[in-house]
Design a protein around this ligand. Sequence first.
Ligand code: ADP
Ligand code: ZN
Length: 621
Amino acid sequence: MPQPKPSDPNSATAARALDPILATVRRFWGYQSLRPLQAEAIRAGLDCRDSLVVMPTGGGKSLCYQAPPAVAGRTDIVVSPLIALMKDQVDALRACGYPAAALHSGMDLEELRRTEREIAAGKHRLIFVAPERLLTPRFLELAARLGVSAFAIDEAHCISQWGHDFRPEYRQLAELKNHFKGASLHAYTATATERVRRDIIEQLRLENAAILVGSFDRPNLVYRVLPKHDVNAQVAETLRRHRGEAAIVYCISRKDTEQMAAYLAERGIRAAHYHAGMDADARRTAQDRFAAEEIEVVVATVAFGMGIDRSDIRCVVHAGMPKSIEAYQQETGRAGRDGLPAECVLFYSAADVLRWHRLIERSAEEAEVPAEVAENGKRLLEEMRRFASVLRCRHAQLSAYFGEAYPAPNCGACDFCLGEVEGVADATLLAQKVLSCVARVDQSFGIEHVADVLIGADNERVRKWRHDKLSTYGLLKEMPRKRVINLIYQLIDEGLIERTTGERPIIKLNAQSWEVMRGRRTVKLLEAKKPKSARTKIEEASWRNVDEALFEKLRALRREIAAERRVAPFVVMHDSTLRELAASKPTTIEALSRIKGLGERKLADFGDRLIACIKEPSSKA
Ligand code: ADP
Ligand code: ZN
């Protein structure tokens, strides 16, 4: 891959006078400045000083390991867990004129050998490899021949069993320091609590490492947690607020993803499902169609994510609760990586907590994971449950979990701070009705049956037990069944009702239940108001001065360029770049070069087409 030629002879001279890091970043990526901690992380890379960099998704970690080899003119290695992740990064780097390559099992032998030859000839600045390939004799020899002096470990939390995404193949990375005595290691992760951080440092044997921990807060994400009642309809309604925009819907099970995707497709939403049970081709197709903007919504299990680099995801929905705050942070973190506002909606029900609980216990019983990992899993699950059911500013809660103080009293970007959650009127009375019904059915039935009795359902089971004769029969007949079920779950969450575990859980009363029934304890129950379909303030601000019609036109042009080059549109340009273009409407190459995200290569490759698109009179359809 040839080095990019400066499009304007003066710019090269001008750039040389600047700090070499900034000059490189401007030349390849077209960024005008560095983000917090990027400078420190890049410095550590240049100085070959071990480092641990913890930044949220979208914080800009990749630049930290991409810049040093370009500045120093050397070849570095990046260890990455997924092929899709490597491929997207290599595509994006090449679009910037940055020579990079990956070696992975998805390549045929010929391609592998050709790439190895290119690497050996020093053609590439960055080589992406999977951890299992890194320590093969063949690769070790290649790396030794190149005299590699720095390794970046992406998704470094995968090395720790205290994290949420432990990968045994990462364990081998502990050997790196033996094989490359003088080389530095640079660990990168978006999710690491104190314990995981210590573990990463220990396992990789980092020495005198620069520890760079960025802020976890993502101010551009709006968090909402809503009680789950009719999840299909709730998800469809959420997605309607994001028509034509990219979204991910996370479900717990594979079956859920298929059923949900079908439901959405029937309602005219361009959606596809994605899970680890699909064959590699089908998964790749779903991913490619999403990347190419042929579909807007992917309904997926957690299997979908790490490989998805699309930066313009405007909405992440959790139709099922994630099993840890780390997972939640990482999955929601895929929204708004371009820095523009995005919405994250979690539909919460206590049933999902129990579901995860059972899954964790089962995998411990079947000895898939060691007992302490299962215990840790339950602890992480409980933290997540608390996050979902406690009513406090979501940004503040997430920050606190990652050991950070959140400064603002009102974030303006969560359901709580936006005033979208309200208490149910007469909650104590409602709770008393529910509890007395639990007592009347002898504390021997499950949630659904109790709800049926309360709403006065006329069904076989109710009649069989003669529960239609109870005084509590039909006590809440004006309420939809799903709502009653949700209220019962809230009472379970508050510890006011016990629920047994096992195949057919039943609900029972405890000491607190009696306090409520005797009027010695008041109860708070919540109800979510519907979020307004209008944009929030931060969304509003992100569209300020943007010519939305031009934005769509530029988006179409981006798709066209992407198709010509057989890469994904987000690899060509980010939405934030398009919005800047659609706001400031530059009509000269000089003016274009001031737009964030347009480096020299991109200006030379399609600057003229952008200008033509901007100048073109808008069609009056
Ligand atoms: P991470 O790997 O931490 O999730 P990325 O490296 O993918 O994040 O970066 C997230 C987004 O931020 C990308 O869209 C990238 O282009 C942009 N970005 C990174 N660094 C800068 C910078 N210094 N200036 C402007 N945009 C940046
Ligand atoms: Zn808030």
